[in-house]
Design a protein around this ligand. Sequence first.
Ligand code: SAM
Ligand code: SF4
Length: 355
Amino acid sequence: MRGNPDAGNLYNPRETKPHGCLVEAMLIDPFQRAISYLRVSVTDRCDFRCVYCMSEHMTFLPKAELLTLEELDRLCSAFVALGVRKLRITGGEPLVRRDIMTLFHALGRHLRSGTLDELTLTTNGSQLARYAAELKGAGVRRVNVSVDTLDPAKFTAITRWGKLDRVLEGISAAKAAGLKVKINAVALKGVNEDEIEDLLRWCGERGHDLTLIETMPLGEIDQDRTDQYLPLSLVRARLARRFTLDDSDHRTGGPARYVTVRETGGRLGFITPLTHNFCESCNRVRLTCTGTLYMCLGQEDAADLRAPLRADPGDAQLIEAIREAIARKPKGHDFVIDRRHNRPAVSRHMSVTGG
Ligand code: SAM
Ligand code: SF4
């Protein structure tokens, strides 16, 4: 698994450790950001149709276009060899992909060898009751579960096909299995904005951190995004009337900024791509289930890793392609939601690149 040292990279792709063995040098982008976090969308399919994420009638990729689980393992492992310390499996809904546990078990070897710090996933929770114990067995320690509301009817209205009970069962199973659960909620104007306090209390009582997310203009949906957009600066100001929010320097390697809620003792994160530009500390890239690498969630530029992966049973071409892609990582994104820009900034859905 060696790159070509003469292939025009910005940095020496190999370095020699004191004991003489060659190791791959870390991925550093042109803005001196070390890439240590890979998010992998293992499927674009989902058993929900959340209104801000998908239209009701989606056309999914033909199954033949998906990378196999073995190929996904090879790709993830190449990134681990290049210094990625954290892998997040996402989708679509990762737990609807057939035999997905095989991938978790395979990737768990990097945790055991100490080359990976964390293997985690973002899920809608619908299949979590079934898989929680096995995820723990594979080495997963934390899961993010998306819950935008605790009102069962509203939950079904937002997710179109989801059942809140089933997700809550999944969360209980995860907790019982010893997984730390963080709740993700998209803040939606006029939909769940009056419930965010309750959600915060509910999370506090159960020991879950909560992260609020602003809607991002990704992909065509059936509704008007300006109707959904709720700035988190407003949500935070409202919460600050009821709760004492102490700034926290807690970071999870992601874009969330955290406060500690004195009344609940829990942490509250804000992901604000539209009101706060978090690009300067971006350490991540995203891989789709077809092997396309997106260097920025908010830009169209991408690199195909499937061709080099399939062309070479060794990993030299793949590693070369990864290095070339990272050398093109842009400085940042330019999401805008307003009346004039009522088109998605990026035409692909969040379920393609993964949240
Ligand atoms: N299906 C899983 C889930 O829902 O957690 C994982 C994939 S989902 C695309 C990841 C996260 O992205 C979820 O928390 C979801 O609420 C969020 N999300 C989806 N579309 C979004 C959008 N347009 N803006 C902001 N967040 C979005
Ligand atoms: Fe599915 Fe997650 Fe998108 Fe909802 S947010 S439709 S659960 S991928």
